[in-house]
Design a binder for this molecule. Structure first.
Ligand code: M6R
Length: 595
C-alpha cells in the first residue's frame, strides 16, 4: 500500500532528514520504490528510485535536500511496474508542479491518453502522475489552483489520497477520496500523510479531512474546503493520545485483526481495478479458448484457487483443475502444452514451490498468468501478465485479506467467463462488513467454549469445501491445535470414529446443499459432537446444529466467500486466548522461498 507525506515550513531548511524519517515510518505499509521532492523559490528538486528507503536515500543523497516544502512517497506498484520512472513523486509537463498519491486511480489509462492528446508530457504509466496532470489540465485552461483541483477531483475515479505543490508558491494542497489522510499541525510547520504513524513523532495535533475535501497547508495554518462548492469547512483539530504501536495497528491489538477488518475496503479497491483492467478481457478470452485450465498455488492461495475452480464450474460451466503447486510438476506438467492456460496464485509472488511449477509449465509452452499481491515480485515478472490483488502490505503471517481478494478475483473472472453482469458483485464489500458485525460477539463466545480442545474438524461441501480447508489451516497455523478440513460427506468414511462428547465440528454452508449438511451434522451429533454451523438463517440448520453463526443473505458463491470471515475470527480469538501472537506464529514465515 503506497504512502505519502508532505511537509510545509516557513523558510528554506534541511528537509531531507525529515522526509527520510517520515518515509521510514511509512515502510510498514509495504513498498517497492521511494521518492522525495523539495520545493523552494521556484525550484523543484526530485530524487526517486526503486529500492529500500535507506538504499535510495544513500544513492541520491536525499539527506542533503533542502527546501521550504517537501513531499515523500513510498510506492507499492499497481499501475506500472516498479521502476524509476514509475516511482513517485511526479512533475507536470513543465516541471513547475510536483505531486504524489497513494491508492488507485482506476481510469488511469483513459486519462493518460487524454493528457497526451492534449499535448501534455506523460512520462510514466503510474496513476500518481495522472493526478498531477489532472490538475495541470485545468491550470492550462486558466483556472485558479483550488478550482483546478476541484475539477481534477471530478475526473479522477477510484480511491486515493494526493498531495501537490507548485514551485512558485509557499503552500501544499492535498485531497482524498476513499483513502486515509491525516493533517498534522506543529510549531512552525504543518504536514499531511496517508496515516498517523508518520506524523505522530512530529506532532499529536491533527485534523482528519473527509472525502471530497481539499486541504491547503501553510507553515502556520491549514484551510479545509469542500470540493463541491469550494466553501470553507470548519474541521476541528484533535489531540491524539494513543501510543505509536496502537496507531500502527489502526487501534486493533494485532495486525491480523486489522487486516480482517480491511477486507471490505481492499475488496472495493480490487473491484475498481478489475473493472478498469483491459488485461482481464485478454485473460478471459485466453481462458475461453483454452483446452485445459489450471489454477495453481500453495497454502491459502491454493484454497482460493480451489474456490475459484468451483465458481468456474457453477457459473461458467468450465472445468478447472486446481493444483497444489509442487504436485503440478509430476502430475500435470508432463501433459500440458501451449493450448492450456494456468493462473499462478500467490500473495508474495515469491513462493518457490509456485515458481518451480511455473518454470515447468513454461518449459512446456503453457500460457502462464499470475495473480499476486506483490507487483514486481518474481511471479509478476515471469508471467505474461499478472493481475494485482490490491491488498497493500499484509503484515500478519496468516493470510486473510489477500485470500478474500483472491477469491473475489476468481468470482469476477467466473462472472466474465459466464457473460454475467459483474456489477452484481459490488455488494460484496458491504456484505463483508455486515458479516463481521453480525458474527463477531458469537464467534468470540464460541472460541471461549471450545478453546480447550486440541483436535477439531471443519467441513464444507462445494465451494465451502475449500473454505473449510482454509478455516482449518488458519486454526492450525495460529492456535497450534490440530484442525482438519474435509469434504463434509467424507467424514463418515473414517474420521467419524474420532468423535467423542463435546468434540468440536464446524460446518460451513453456502445455502445450496442444506440437506446434505444436515445429514453430516446429525451423523456426528448423535455421537456427541458439538456442531457449529456457519450459514445463512435457515430453520433447518438452526434446528439441527448446536450453534448457528448467521451470515447475511446472498448468492451461494458470495455466501461461501463470507463463510471464511467467522473462521478467521475464530482462529484469531483462540490464538489470543491461548496466549500466542497470531501475527507471528512459531516456525512459520510469511514468504517461503525454499523448496
Ligand atoms: O505468498 P503465497 O500466497 O504464495 O504463500 C503461500 C502459502 O505459504 C501461504 O498462503 C500460507 O499458507 C499462509 N501463511 C497461510 O495463512
Amino acid at each position: 500500500m503506497c504512502g505519502i507525506f508532505g511537509y510545509v515550513t516557513n523558510k528554506e531548511e534541511a528537509l531531507g532528514p525529515i522526509l527520510i524519517e517520515a518515509a521510514e515510518r511509512l515502510t510498514y505499509r509495504g513498498y517497492d520504490s521511494v521518492g522525495a521532492a523539495t520545493l523552494n523559490n521556484g525550484n523543484i528538486d526530485l530524487r526517486k528510485d526503486v529500492g529500500k528507503v535507506d538504499a535510495v536515500a544513500a544513492k541520491y543523497n536525499i539527506a542533503e535536500m533542502r527546501g521550504q516544502r517537501g513531499i515523500t512517497q513510498l510506492r507499492w506498484a499497481t499501475f506500472g511496474e516498479p521502476s524509476q520512472v514509475n516511482s513517485q513523486p511526479h512533475i507536470d509537463s513543465d516541471g513547475d508542479m510536483v505531486g504524489a498519491h497513494n491508492g488507485n486511480v482506476v481510469n488511469n489509462v483513459e486519462l493518460r491518453e487524454q493528457f497526451i492528446a492534449e499535448g501534455m508530457t506523460v512520462r510514466s504509466q503510474n496513476d500518481g502522475e495522472t493526478c498531477v496532470h489532472a490538475v495541470e489540465r485545468y491550470i492550462n485552461r486558466g483556472y485558479e489552483f483550488i478550482d483546478a483541483i476541484r475539477l481534477a477531483y471530478g475526473d479522477l475515479e477510484g480511491d486515493y489520497a494526493f498531495v501537490i505543490g507548485r514551485a512558485n508558491d509557499d503552500k501544499l494542497y492535498a485531497f482524498k477520496k476513499g483513502s486515509g489522510m491525516v493533517v498534522g499541525l506543529g510549531e512552525g510547520f504543518t504536514c499531511v500523510s496517508s496515516d498517523l504513524p508518520s506524523i505522530l513523532p512530529l506532532t499529536r495535533e491533527v485534523i482528519r479531512p473527509q472525502d471530497g475535501e481539499i486541504v491547503t497547508l501553510w507553515a502556520d495554518k491549514v484551510e479545509v474546503r469542500s470540493v463541491k462548492d469550494g466553501k470553507l469547512i470548519d474541521r476541528k483539530q484533535e489531540t491524539v493520545t494513543e501510543s505509536m504501536d496502537a496507531v500502527q495497528k489502526g487501534g486493533y491489538p494485532h495486525f491480523m485483526l486489522k487486516e480482517i477488518h480491511e477486507q471490505s475496503q481492499v475488496a472495493r479497491e480490487l473491484s475498481h481495478v478489475l473493472n478498469g483492467n483491459k488485461e482481464v478481457d485478454v485473460l478471459v478470452e485466453k481462458m475461453k479458448q483454452a483446452r485445459h485450465l489450471y489454477f495453481i498455488g500453495c497454502g491459502t492461495s491454493y484454497h482460493a484457487a480451489s474456490v475459484g475452480a468451483v465458481y468456474f464450474a457453477q457459473l461458467a460451466g468450465r472445468a478447472v483443475i486446481p493444483v497444489l503447486a509442487p504436485q503440478f510438476v509430476p502430475q500435470y506438467a508432463p501433459t500440458v502444452n501451449h493450448e492450456d492456460v494456468g493462473i499462478f496464485v500467490s500473495q508474495s509472488g515469491e513462493t518457490k514451490d509456485v515458481l518451480n511449477a511455473l518454470e515447468a509449465a513454461e518449459a512446456r509452452g503453457m500460457a502462464c498468468f499470475g495473480l499476486a499481491n506483490v507487483v514486481g515480485s518474481t511471479l509478476t515478472k515471469a508471467t505474461s501478465f499478472s493481475l494485482p490483488l490490491c491488498c497493500g502490505y499484509e503484515i500478519s503471517v496468516p493470510a486473510t485479506k489477500t485470500f478474500t481478494n483472491q477469491v473475489v478475483t476468481f468470482l469476477y473472472l467466473a462472472y466474465k467467463m459466464a457473460g454475467l453482469d459483474t456489477r452484481e458483485l459490488d455488494i460484496i464489500p458491504d456484505l463483508m462488513n455486515k458479516t463481521l458485525e453480525m458474527v463477531a460477539p458469537q464467534v468470540e463466545a464460541i472460541a471461549k467454549d471450545i478453546n480447550d480442545w486440541n483436535d477439531m474438524y471443519c467441513l464444507g461441501y462445494g465451494a465451502t469445501y475449500p473454505i473449510a480447508l482454509e478455516g482449518a489451516l488458519k486454526l492450525k497455523e495460529i492456535t497450534y491445535a490440530h484442525c482438519e478440513g474435509m469434504l463434509s460427506t467424507e467424514f463418515k468414511h473414517g474420521p467419524l470414529s474420532a468423535v467423542s462428547k463435546g468434540f468440536p465440528i464446524i460446518f460451513v454452508s453456502d445455502g445450496s446443499a442444506v440437506p446434505l449438511i444436515i445429514s453430516g451434522i446429525n451423523e456426528v451429533k448423535v455421537r456427541g459432537a458439538r456442531t457449529i454451523v456457519i450459514g445463512e438463517e435457515d430453520a433447518r440448520l438452526r434446528a439441527n446444529g448446536d450453534d448457528l453463526i448467521v451470515l447475511p443473505k446472498s448468492d451461494p458463491q458470495i455466501a461461501a466467500l463470507l463463510g471464511v470471515l467467522p473462521l478467521q475470527l475464530l482462529s484469531y480469538h483462540m490464538s489470543v486466548m491461548r496466549g500466542f501472537d497470531p501475527d507471528f506464529p512459531r516456525n512459520l514465515s510469511k514468504t517461503l522461498t525454499v523448496d
